[in-house]
Design a protein around this ligand. Structure first.
Ligand code: NAI
Length: 342
C-alpha cells in the first residue's frame, strides 16, 4: 500500500533533516508518496504568505504530515506558522516522548516520560495588544473544552500504554481562574481513570523536580506555554533538542515534527542532527499502522546512536546530517539481511 503524506521541509535546517528522514523512510520498506508543500520564510518569499492554503488543504486531504521546523521572527513580522497550523487544523494534543537513548551522554539514564501539551490556546496563542506606548498585554485564555480533551488524551494514552502516573503542571496558586480551570478539567478526567495515579505540581517546582529526579515522572499534562518550556527542559535531560520527536494530534489529522527549531546558525552546513526528525517520521508510520517499518527505523537509529561513531557534532561526533542518515540506513539494511539469513 502506498501512503500519501504531506511533507513540509520548513526553514533553516528543516530541508536537511527532512531529506534525511525521507531517505530513512524509503529504506524502511514503507511506501510513501510525499506531497511537498512550502510553509515558513521560504513560502513568504514565493507566495506572500507563510502559510499558503495549499498547506492546510494538503494536510486535510492526506490526514498526516511530516513537518520540519519553521522560523518565526521575534517581536515583529509574520505570525507563527506553528500556532496557525495547530489552530487551523485543531491539532489539540502535542505529544512528545522523552526517553534516554543508549550512547548519548546525559545526566540520567532510563528517563522515559511523555509530555502531553495543550496545543491551541493559553498565552501561547499570541492574543496580545499594545495598550499604550509603555504598556502591552497578553491574554491567557483557557477553556473547558480544550482542557478536558487534552486531559482525556493524556489519561487515555496512559491507560493504553500501561503507564502509571499523570502529573499536571500548573500555577493555579497565582492564576487561580485560568490554571484553576485547567486543573478542574484534569481532576475530572483523573476520576475516570482510577487505576492511574494523578498528581498536581506547581510548574516551578516541577522544573526543579524534573532536573533533580526525572525518573519520578511518567506522563506530564501541561497547558500550552508550560508545555513548550518544559519540552526543551526535558529534551535537555536526554541529550538535547536534536533527539526528541513530537506529534501534533487532532481528531482528524496529525502533524509530526521534531521539538527543535530551525537552528539558523547551523543551517546549510550538514551539521544538523537528523534524529528527532527521523524519530518523528517513525511516530508517523506507527500512527498510520506501519508498525514494523517504524520499529526498523527506531532500532536502526538507536543502534547508530549507541555505537556513537556516525553521529553529528551536537552528540560529540564528526559525521554530517547525510552521513548519519546513511549510517542508519546501512544499519537497517544490515539487520534486514541478518533477519533474512536466519
Ligand atoms: P532551535 O531549536 O532552532 O535551536 C536551539 C539550539 O539547539 C541551537 O543551538 C541549535 O543549533 C541547536 N539545535 C536545534 N536543533 C538541532 C539539531 N537538529 N541538531 C543540532 N543542533 C540543534 O531554537 P531557537 O534558536 O530558539 O529557534 C530558532 C528558530 O526556530 C526561531 O525562529 C523559532 O521560532 C523557530 N522554532 C520553530 C519550531 C518549529 O517549527 N516547530 C520550534 C522551535 C523554534
Amino acid at each position: 500500500m502506498i501512503h500519501k503524506v504531506t511533507l513540509i521541509p520548513g526553514d533553516g535546517i528543516g530541508p536537511e533533516v527532512a531529506e534525511a528522514a525521507c531517505a530513512v523512510v524509503e529504506a524502511s520498506g514503507c511506501q510513501v508518496e510525499w506531497e511537498v508543500v512550502e510553509a515558513g520564510e521560504g513560502a513568504l518569499a514565493k507566495y506572500g504568505t507563510t502559510l499558503p492554503n495549499r498547506v492546510i488543504d494538503s494536510i486535510r486531504e492526506n490526514g498526516v504530515a511530516l513537518k520540519g521546523p519553521v522560523t518565526t521572527p521575534i517581536g515583529e513580522g509574520f505570525r507563527s506558522v506553528n500556532v496557525s497550523l495547530r489552530q487551523w487544523l485543531d491539532l489539540y494534543a502535542n505529544v512528545r516522548p522523552v526517553a534516554s537513548l543508549a550512547g548519548i551522554q546525559s545526566r540520567y539514564e532510563k528517563v522515559d516520560l511523555v509530555i502531553f501539551r495543550e496545543n491551541t490556546e493559553d498565552l501561547y496563542a499570541g492574543i496580545e495588544r499594545r495598550v499604550d506606548a509603555d504598556t502591552a498585554e497578553s491574554i491567557k485564555k483557557i477553556t473547558r473544552r480544550a482542557s478536558e480533551r487534552i486531559a482525556r488524551a493524556a489519561f487515555n494514552f496512559a491507560r493504553e500504554e500501561g503507564r502509571k502516573k499523570v502529573t499536571a503542571g500548573h500555577k493555579a496558586n497565582i492564576m487561580k481562574l485560568s490554571d484553576g480551570l485547567f486543573l478542574e478539567c484534569a481532576r475530572k478526567a483523573a476520576a475516570e481513570f482510577p487505576e492511574i495515579t494523578y498528581e498536581e505540581v506547581i510548574v516551578d517546582a516541577l522544573c526543579m523536580r524534573l532536573v533533580l529526579n526525572p525518573l519520578d515522572f511518567d506522563v506530564l499534562l501541561l497547558p500550552n506555554l508550560y508545555g513548550d518550556i518544559l519540552s526543551d527542559l526535558c529534551a535537555g535531560l536526554v541529550g538535547g533538542l536534536g533527539v526528541v520527536p513530537g506529534a501534533n494530534l487532532g481528531d482528524k489529522v496529525a502533524v509530526f515534527e521534531p521539538v527543535h527549531g530551525s537552528a539558523p546558525q547551523i543551517a546549510g552546513r550538514d551539521l544538523a542532527n537528523p534524529t528527532a526528525m527521523i524519530l518523528s517520521a517513525a511516530m508517523l508510520l506507527r500512527h498510520i499502522g506501519e508498525t514494523e517499518a517504524a520499529g526498523r527505523i527506531e532500532e536502526g537509529t538507536r543502534a547508530v546512536l549507541a555505537a556513537g561513531i556516525a553521529v553529528t557534532p551536537d552528540l560529540g561526533g564528526k559525521t554530517g546530517t547525510r552521513g548519519m542518515a546513511a549510517a542508519i540506513i546501512a544499519e537497517m539494511e544490515r539487520s534486514l539481511a541478518h533477519a533474512g539469513a536466519r
